[in-house]
Design a protein around this ligand. Sequence first.
Ligand code: FPP
Length: 241
Amino acid sequence: MANKNTKKNNYPKNVGIIMDGNGRWALKNSLKISQGHKQGVEIVKKIVEESVKQNIKSLTLYAFSSENWKRPKAEINAIKKLVIEAINEQVPELKEQKVSLKFFGHLNDFGKKILQKIAYAENKTKCKSSKLDLNIALGYGGQQDIVDVVKNISSMVLSKEIKIEDINEKTINKNSSVPVDEIDLLIRTGGDNRISNFLLFQIAYAEIMFVDKYWPDFTTNDYMKCLNNFKKVSRRFGRRI
Ligand code: FPP
């Protein structure tokens, strides 16, 4: 039985989503893969809106992994195009809703055009008291991020900026490209039960929910079910309560 110290959860502060299943959704509907990604962006818009409504603090989305560079060039170009289109279309509305956009990962690999768009989107939506921080992972891999962090901290140790004994979890978060330190709820659509190299350090205590639906079929109702399920979970963080 829950004792008086057992706290009921609120909605999660920091949500992460692995938006899987665009390709299979397209094939199922006899469409081109790029149309699956296009429909995926439509779902992103709805989930962002709902996150603002539900006072979620941050939403971190896996849009393109380090491993996605192995996909056909035409598909990669279609995703790049969608990112640019989404920025062009959505920035004014995001600004209006006080949604602050941030991109992270190995962004330089995407070329000058996207880098300029990203800088524009981040500047335009910069906001002191944002309602929602929307973080988009592009060319991101959790293992690669940890390697980058180790390199950064090693060079700080070598230049005597920091002592080895002062390295802790905060040092890792500070040196990571990931804008959020810890994820409370991670959702993966598409039916597979794996993490696929997403936010490895930040999901240490996340509740993980796997949804057996392709991302373009994911609805705000499904999202609300995940948020409400999160409320029911007892989060002990290793304690006995
Ligand atoms: C996973 O489906 C989805 C992706 C790799 C790309 C997701 C990208 C977008 C929705 C567009 C860009 C997003 C923003 C926020 C601007 P999959 O292709 O791996 O699906 P499959 O497993 O069925 O093949």
